[in-house]
Ligand binder design. Structure first.
Ligand code: ADP
Ligand code: MG
Length: 238
């Protein structure tokens, strides 16, 4: 059974059909990338999955259970976690303090430090634990945000442009981090523009265009598809 499924999902903003009859299924253990031009509706799709927006019609299922109108905190409690394009870290606090906030109400006090150390090492931020988050490099900030999102070991992680602004080395290291989480059982859905990164991590790719699923397949199938290339050149209309 799919870990996440949408059935005929629709969302309008005024006259704009931003999510158009989207039938989407994500298998447990899959690393899936969502691509598509700016304005295609990728972030909106995430917000529908997380419950930040409610759809006009259609259904969202998680583990076969309908969550279409569940509150965001209920979805988080079921194991869905997210990192959006907008920063979600506390810049005036240290790296360690940020991770403490993410973990403290969820792990026993006697293992809190151990869990923080484990995360710091995983995020390659052990040396920078006392740095203010606001003073980290751009890539390190993104890692800290991923760390905040995975601190509670979600079953399903949504990442909206996780590698935006990263150097190629940082992007590659991010891919390795996500692959490690995937080996531990996490399912991933990521919005991504960097095709090298998509090639590194994605088992499956979905192309969104004007709110609709335009193509789906492996990265090789997607890059070989001339119709997909054409939408990036602005040659395919809604
Ligand atoms: P993407 O993430 O693929 O770039 P978005 O989901 O952010 O696309 O946006 C899809 C379309 O919906 C865009 O045309 C955007 O301007 C519009 N849109 C997004 N959010 C809102 C909103 N809250 N109100 C009105 N229009 C919105
Ligand atoms: Mg977006």
């Amino acid at each position: 059974m799919a870990i996440l499924e949408t059935r005929q999902l629709n969302k309008h903003f005024g006259g704009l059909h931003v999510t158009g009859n989207v039938d989407f299924a994500l298998q447990p253990g899959e690393m899936h990338c969502l691509i598509g031009p700016n304005g295609a509706g990728k972030s909106t799709f995430f917000k529908l999955i997380l419950g930040e927006h409610l759809p006009d019609s259609g259904e969202i299922l998680y583990d076969g259970e309908e969550i279409t109108r569940a509150k965001p905190f209920e979805r988080i409690r079921k194991g869905i976690s997210v990192k959006f394009q907008v920063p979600g870290i506390f810049k005036e606090l240290s790296v360690q303090q940020n991770l403490t906030i993410a973990l403290q109400h969820h792990v026993a006090p006697e293992i809190l430090q151990e869990e923080i150390d484990r995360l710091l090492e995983f995020l390659k931020l052990s040396q920078d634990r006392k740095q203010l988050a606001g003073n980290l490099s751009h890539g390190q900030k993104q890692w800290l945000e991923i760390g905040m999102a995975v601190a509670l070991k979600p079953r399903l992680l949504l990442l909206d442009e996780p590698t935006a602004g990263m150097t190629p080395d940082e992007t590659f290291a991010t891919g390795e981090m996500l692959q490690e989480l995937n080996r531990e059982g996490m399912t991933l859905l990521a919005v991504e523009h960097d095709m090298a990164f998509v090639r590194q991590i994605a088992h499956q790719v979905t192309v969104l265009h004007f709110g609709k699923i335009f193509a789906q397949g492996t990265i090789d199938e997607i890059t070989a598809d001339e119709r997909v290339a054409a939408i990036y050149l602005g040659e395919v209309d809604a």
